[in-house]
Structure formats: C-alpha cells, structure tokens
Design a binder for this molecule. Structure first.
Ligand code: ADE
Length: 225
C-alpha cells in the first residue's frame, strides 16, 4: 500500500510515522508513505496556498490551484483508489471503514486547515470525506494520522501476532475484554483466576463474556447495530 498525505504543516505528521508499529511497517516495506508540503505548489513568490473566502467571513480557505496541481502530479502515473478529505463534516470514521481501506493499494489524504479547502476540489477530486469525531481540530493532520494508523495496523504482517488485530475492540462490534500482566496480585487486586488456569477454552469463554458485559455497560448502541 502507498499513502500520500497533503498538508500545509507537514511537521505535524512526522512523529506518528517515526515510531513503533507504523515505523516498523514502513521499514518492512509493507506500506510506503509520502508527506507532501502543499506550499511547494503555492502561487507566486510567497508560495501562497490560502486566501479569503468569497462572501466574507473569518478564516482563510486553502485555494483550489495548488491542491489541483499537486493532485494532478500525484495521479499522473498511477491513479488513487481513494482521495480522502479529512473534515469535521465528513462521514464518521470507524473500524469497518478502516478494514475496507486496508485492502486499497493507493490512498491520498488531504489535510484541511483554517476554514477548509475550496469546495471545487471536493467536487472534482475527493472520493471520500472523513471525520474522526464530532469536534473540530485545528487541521486535518491529527485526523490523517489517526486514519492512517487504523488502516496500516490491519495490513497483513504489520502486527506480529496476526490474531491481534482481529481481537481489537470494534472488530466484531464488541469492546475488548480486560487484560492483565504480571504480577498476579497488585495492591490487593488479583488477576481473575481463570486467566491463570491454563484452560484455554475457559479463558476464551471468559473473554467473550467480559467483552459482551463491557459492551452492554459502555456501548449498548454497538449491540443494537
Ligand atoms: N479537521 C478538523 N476537525 C476534524 C475532524 N473532527 N475530523 C477530521 N478532520 C478534521
């Protein structure tokens, strides 16, 4: 898989992909990722990328031309399976969307800033509009990192234990059960006996029951879906 991310603050995207699972996925060649500074396609001597909105109102808008030129150059040799604009008015991202996107070959993510991007880029280029929740971020970079992380960890070979992603919360509309590690007793709190029993079918049954209990308690909406 290849992911291109378009941003006016590319520095915001460096850390998430330079550590831990995502970095290893890149190092292993399971995913390649390129961050593009929109300013390189800015207009004039000042490399302008934003302008006032027509009709007045506070906040700048990312202009159509720099985005159009960058998208044209990115898709010249190979088209993208999805061109995603991160925006609070998009469809709320979830695990099933992450599963679907993990099968794609090439994804382009566009991070908005200020008031967002010129609507014509959305009309002409964007295939998916995605929000990561009902709150407004200062820009799309954190959202692009969240979306990329949730996709990349599903690519076969990225997680050491292949079963691990399948047991994630939401993967079967259930939250994950509690987990414990050593010591078996901590400040008077004991690890549930069954987890120390070595009886794998009993452990599996306990985990399923706990997952269901947690989901009923915390997210009953998932069970009615
Ligand atoms: N940009 C600003 N807020 C956002 C959100 N909630 N989701 C995705 N992109 C955003």
């Amino acid at each position: 898989m290849h992911i291109d991310i378009i941003s006016v603050v590319p520095e915001l995207l460096e850390s998430p992909f330079s550590h831990s699972i995502l970095m290893r996925a890149i190092d292993k060649g399971l995913v390649s990722l390129k961050i593009h500074d929109l300013r390189n396609f800015g207009l004039g001597n000042y490399r302008q990328v934003d302008d006032y909105q027509f009709g007045g109102g506070a906040g700048m808008v990312l202009m159509a031309e720099p985005l159009d030129q960058l998208l044209t150059s990115l898709t010249k040799e190979q088209s993208a399976d999805a061109i995603v604009y991160l925006t609070p008015d998009g469809e709320t991202w979830n695990q099933s969307m992450a599963n679907g996107f993990s099968l794609k070959e090439r994804i382009i993510l566009i991070c908005g800033h200020y008031k967002g991007i010129d609507q014509r880029i959305r009309d002409i280029w964007v295939t998916h509009e995605v929000s990561i929740g009902d709150y407004v971020l200062s820009g799309g970079e954190l959202a692009a990192s969240v979306v990329s992380d949730s996709i990349i960890r599903l690519i076969p070979g990225v997680l050491n234990d292949a079963g691990s992603a399948l047991n994630d919360s939401f993967q079967d509309n259930l939250l994950a059960p509690p987990v414990y590690t050593r010591p078996s007793e901590f400040k008077g709190h004991k690890v549930p006996e069954v987890l120390l029993s070595g009886n794998f079918s009993a452990i599996e049954a306990w985990r399923e029951a706990e997952a269901l209990r947690r989901t009923q308690e915390r997210r009953p909406d998932l069970l009615s879906d």
